[in-house]
Design a protein. Sequence first.
Length: 246
Amino acid sequence: QISASSGTLYVYNFVGDNFVTGKTVGFDLTTRRAVFEWHSPHFWRMAIDQKHPDTLYGLHIYVKNVRVIKMNLTSGATDVIGNFDDGYVQPCNSAAYDASTGVFYAFLYGDNGTMKLFGMDVASGKLVTNVTVDDSLYFCKAEADPADGTLYALAMPINKDQPHVWLARVDTKTGQVAPVGSTKFSVGGCGSDSALSSRQRLLVGSIQTDGNAAMLFWSLDDGTVARTVTVTWECCQYLYGLELFE
């Protein structure tokens, strides 16, 4: 997650093998040196409200609960803002922060196999969204447009012989999933991260193809793939921490 005001990229690193605790580290994008390092809970998705760049929000799985944690980027202090439904604890790898409303969204599986979209107001810690969504789909990644709050996701049908992804809008009031256009892109595996640009009207999402990582640049207007960039580094079947720095 990038803080635009300071030009710092924040990432999370595990410590040990318990997947519960670790370190949140900030790197100066100019010098490429670490300028921030604090022990923190395991954040499987982080967000910075650019209006309050000293605060980072993170989603953390704790025992049988998923909760939102606020972290001060000066002192490293953390506070629990609130918890999602106890019966829905398995992430669908997708969460998004809507900077226009201050709501953190998460797609979570329940113990009964159903999936829900939850949204929490980070100011009050109250749930403002609790809707069932189509559990025949897997949401690779999700992003909220900070300009108008529209929630987008890269959707992939479950149990298909030839996996493919497509861009969708998700109604945060009803949970309805609607395709953006008709473009479907065949993939080898679901991606690991995404980012959105309101100005360029693009969502970039990573996928896996033939053992390599690729970035797809989706148009928010018609759902077409405007550009594809394949990354052939030996280390990278997945790309983590994608950001569009404008």
